[in-house]
Design a protein around this ligand. Structure first.
Ligand code: FE2
Ligand code: FE2
Length: 209
């Protein structure tokens, strides 16, 4: 089973338990918040365009939306990002930080300004594809529900981010086809590590075979 299917197989276990479900939502809210923070910090202010600002604000909006959903499902304890209100918070954070550092190392030979641009494009490209996969499958697992409907706008914005970053890669990075497979495999490995940590954390809640 690949990591995406494995994660999807854990979703029903999470969704049927309000406390776990709120922790799940708060974990993804946290990852959106980290994305928001990283986008803002990734570029010098003099080159921070409307598109960058809009992307950051939309990721901040996703963090807020998922946080609101976490509070609705789990109560006001989920207003903060304390470790006990998330699922394997360290592994979630490591996924994002390692992806960022790995992409940064891959382009270490470039001058700072160019590197920050290309790293932003590749990290965004990898994250948006993963986000669409995870949120899409989560929406499927929720079925027809009020929570599921709240994800529509978020999913639409993630599609927009992916299209924008694909256009950026096509315009600025003619070597995309050369770099893409290695970076995809790198992200896949990090995601597998995160899903394994999540599966371990959820093991006590899983029905025994
Ligand atoms: Fe997002
Ligand atoms: Fe996004």
């Amino acid at each position: 089973m690949n990591a995406s299917d494995r994660l999807a197989s854990l979703m029903p276990i999470v969704i049927k338990d309000d406390h776990l479900h709120a922790r799940w939502l708060n974990t993804f809210s946290y990852l959106e918040y980290v994305g928001f923070r990283k986008i803002i910090k990734s570029q010098r202010a003099d080159v921070l365009s409307r598109a960058f600002l809009n992307h950051a604000l939309e990721e901040g909006g996703h963090a807020f939306l998922l946080k609101n959903m976490a509070v609705k499902v789990g109560g006001k304890d989920f207003d903060l990002y304390t470790p006990e209100t998330m699922l394997c918070a360290q592994a979630a954070s490591a996924y994002f930080q390692n992806l960022d550092h790995g992409c940064d190392e891959k382009f270490a030979s470039l001058p700072d300004f160019e590197r920050s641009k290309v790293v932003y494009l590749y990290v965004t490209w990898l994250i948006e594809r993963r986000a669409l996969d995870v949120y899409g499958r989560y929406k499927e697992a929720l079925g027809a529900s009020a929570l599921s409907a709240q994800l529509d706008e978020l999913l639409g914005e993630e599609v927009g981010h992916l299209r924008q970053v694909e256009a950026g890669l096509a315009a600025d990075n003619p070597d995309h086809a050369t770099h893409a497979p290695g970076l995809e495999a790198f992200e896949q490995g990090l995601f597998e590590t995160f899903v394994a940590a999540l599966a371990q954390e959820l093991a006590p809640a899983r029905p025994s075979a």
